[in-house]
Design a binder for this molecule. Structure first.
Ligand SMILES: NC(=O)c1ccc[n+]([C@@H]2O[C@H](COP(=O)([O-])OP(=O)(O)OC[C@H]3O[C@@H](n4cnc5c(N)ncnc54)[C@H](O)[C@@H]3O)[C@@H](O)[C@H]2O)c1
Length: 268
């Protein structure tokens, strides 16, 4: 409930896909008290969401906070303008920050703030704390997904078909986050988020496995440094709406939003 004298925080959402729809549904249901959903931005017709579809310019005028659940091009093309307009931005397409130019443009924009949701990954709190004590020496993120979700437009038909039909796990990429983001742009959100948590995206070695048995999307995060050694293994159920996205992500976005609007609950 909004306390007397407090104004509600006006929130617009960009992207009414697997994540955005669930976020909008929760906001419409009043799951975050004191948050008023003011509109949804999408480059396709959103249909009946019970929330009016508005332009990005309209969202920047009406909202205190914009929640991005659309794609990395939105962050690259519109993120700095949103912040310069004085609107806060919650970023879900964190892979966009693997591009140093995009990261620099966001870092220098304002007075709006940008924050990154934890999304599909956890353990970021202790990685951030340890990196503040001393830089890590080694950080790795290994992601195993269903092969079809890793097929890319640049693959030729034979390679894409081989990947779809593989009967055993195959490593399809190993290297730094910058290269991975160019080749597998939709599979880099977790590596980029870990990179931000440890304060150096260039430190993250990325491994991508295509695993036909990966009913759950698995991420293994390993970090070693003077402060300690950390290993987290996460297995998320893919979203029924979009198998490239984990079903937990909209709930992580709502949790991040509750912190951003000053209403944290439980463990922070
Ligand atoms: N941080 C994480 O851990 C994490 C996890 C999963 C997905 N993601 C990212 O979140 C984003 C959304 O994922 P999703 O599964 O909901 O995707 P989705 O494809 O189901 O939905 C995306 C929606 O955004 C809209 N959209 C795309 N480009 C747009 C633009 N330029 N302007 C306005 N609307 C636009 C689409 O029309 C669609 O409705 C993706 O970038 C994905 O990579 C992040």
């Amino acid at each position: 409930m909004t306390r007397p004298g407090e104004q509600s925080v006006r929130v617009a959402v960009i992207g009414a896909g697997a994540i955005g729809r669930a976020v909008i549904g929760a906001l419409q249901a009043g799951r975050l008290p004191g948050v008023e959903p003011v509109g949804v931005v999408d480059d396709r017709r959103t249909g009946d969401l019970g929330l009016r579809q508005i332009s990005l310019a309209g969202a920047m005028e009406r909202a205190d906070v914009i929640v991005e659940c659309a794609g990395r091009t939105v962050i690259a093309q519109s993120g700095p303008a949103i912040l310069d307009h004085g609107v806060d931005l919650l970023v879900t397409s964190v892979g966009a920050l693997c591009d140093p130019d995009v990261a620099a443009a966001l870092d220098t924009a304002g007075p709006g703030r940008y924050l990154i949701t934890s999304g599909a990954v956890g353990g970021l709190d202790i990685l951030t704390a340890a990196a503040a004590q001393a830089p890590f020496d080694r950080v790795g993120v290994t992601t195993a997904k269903l092969p079809a979700t890793l097929v890319q437009p640049w693959m030729d038909a034979a390679a894409a078909d081989r990947l779809r039909r593989t009967t055993e796990p195959v490593e399809i990429f190993r290297g730094d986050a910058a290269r991975a983001t160019r080749l597998f742009p939709r599979s880099l959100n977790v590596a980029a988020t870990v990179g931000r948590a440890v304060g150096d995206i260039g430190l993250v070695e990325v491994r991508l496995l295509a695993d036909p048995e990966a009913a759950l999307t698995r991420h293994v995060i390993e970090a070693e440094g003077p402060c300690g050694s950390y290993r987290f293994e996460i297995a998320n159920l893919p979203s029924a709406q979009n198998p490239r996205t984990s079903g937990v992500v909209p709930h992580a976005v709502l949790r991040s939003l509750s912190v951003l609007v000053g209403q944290p609950r439980g463990v922070i």
